[in-house]
Design a protein around this ligand. Structure first.
Ligand SMILES: [Zn+2]
Length: 164
């Protein structure tokens, strides 16, 4: 089912999702996102760009890819100080299986970390996919939580938070 078939009250905190994205978004993903928002009771802002929700180009493996399927991914922001809380909460939430943290993004015109969430099927039980992207060499991804840079990136997020 498409998110455009939902009643607006079913995604009451996400009316900022670009309208054109809704027919290409999986309704169940949006329901889970709303449930997460309701439970966490802290601000979650939709990425105002449609490409933060659906893409009809690029890598078909991206959960945002919406050709012959519906996207089950969304990129969101929260208040800077809440970013790491939201990221950890998403990792612990059984609904989300892909969780990315982006350090090279902007929100409201200023550098601001972004969180990607998706409901990809798990290849193995407990094998969620987590990554961090930072702006080195046009966006470097770290998928390995043991990569030495991974923890340094978390420190970078703290610095971004302190530079409000
Ligand atoms: Zn994304």
């Amino acid at each position: 089912m498409k998110a455009s078939d939902l009643y607006p009250r079913e995604y009451k905190n996400f009316h900022d999702i670009p309208k054109l994205a809704l027919p290409l978004l999986n309704a169940d993903f949006i329901r889970k996102l709303q449930k997460f928002r309701t439970n966490i009771n802290a601000p979650i802002y939709a990425n105002p760009n449609i490409s933060g929700w659906v893409r009809e180009y690029g890598n078909p493996k991206s959960r945002h890819y919406a050709v012959d399927r519906l996207s089950d991914a969304g990129d969101v922001f929260t208040e800077k100080w809440f970013t790491l809380h939201l990221w950890y909460a998403a990792i612990q939430n059984p609904d989300f299986n892909g969780i990315g943290l982006y350090l090279d993004t902007k929100f409201r015109g200023k550098p601001h970390p972004m969180i990607h969430l998706d409901t990809r099927p798990l290849k193995k039980k407990y094998h969620k996919v987590m990554w961090i992207r930072e702006n080195l060499h046009e966006g470097t991804y770290y998928h390995n939580l043991h990569h030495p840079r991974f923890n340094e990136c978390l420190v970078e997020v703290k610095k971004m938070i302190d530079s409000v």
